[in-house]
Design a protein around this ligand. Sequence first.
Ligand SMILES: [Zn+2]
Length: 264
Amino acid sequence: MDWSLRACGRHGHVTYAPEEEALRTRLRAETAMGEAWRCLRCGDFALGPPRAAGPARDAPVVLRGRALRDAAVLRLIAVFRWTKAVLVLAGAYGVWRFRTGHDAVRRAFEQDLPLARPLAHQFGWNLDQSGVVHTLRTALAARTTTLTWIFLALLALAALMLTEGIGLWLLKRWGEYFSVIVTSAFIPVEIYEITERASAFRIGLLLVNIAAVLYIALSKRLFGLRGGRAAHESERREASLLEVEEAGRAAHGPGRAPRPTGHS
Ligand SMILES: [Zn+2]
């Protein structure tokens, strides 16, 4: 499966005419059907004028090679987060259903109590001052409040995971920071859960999350790691420039005639 070709099929080829004459001639080809430009993503020639032009340093950064692999890993993590968010939402729904069911029990208790009152009175038992009734009332009320808080906490957790997934999927830098901070914050909880009851699944989940945090923080140079944002940007730009040059060299390599593609 060639992901570059798939991306070009969906979004069209990425052609760019650099101002630098040397690079320009290497990316351009003259065909019987007119000029063609080498696509920076899939490497094929696309007929027609370039999509954009300018200095080579402003050439679009195309997701290919390492950048494409990085994006695939981040989007895989995003899918994991969304899956977890759906599970948490299902849990929240369960708590909500139980909570409302719980309310029904309480309502029944409050409605039936007045009916029981005259009968209890016959036995000389004042229900309104009964310790048992009072305890039952507070227990039902307190538990409903607790369930509401659990429900709200689960909703907040699901919102965190959905946001994290969106940031990672869109390959945003805030998404990377968000993910590293949120995932790190839950690592102590995961360790605590393992000390409570160790299972292969829990340990595996912890290792995956630690690996995700390290991968994102180091590969994206977050928190000033490995030179920080400036180093990350220059690395990407450098890679992009090198790719423009490589594509040019490949175009004029021995025995490699341009193969114009019909679409652009
Ligand atoms: Zn292409």
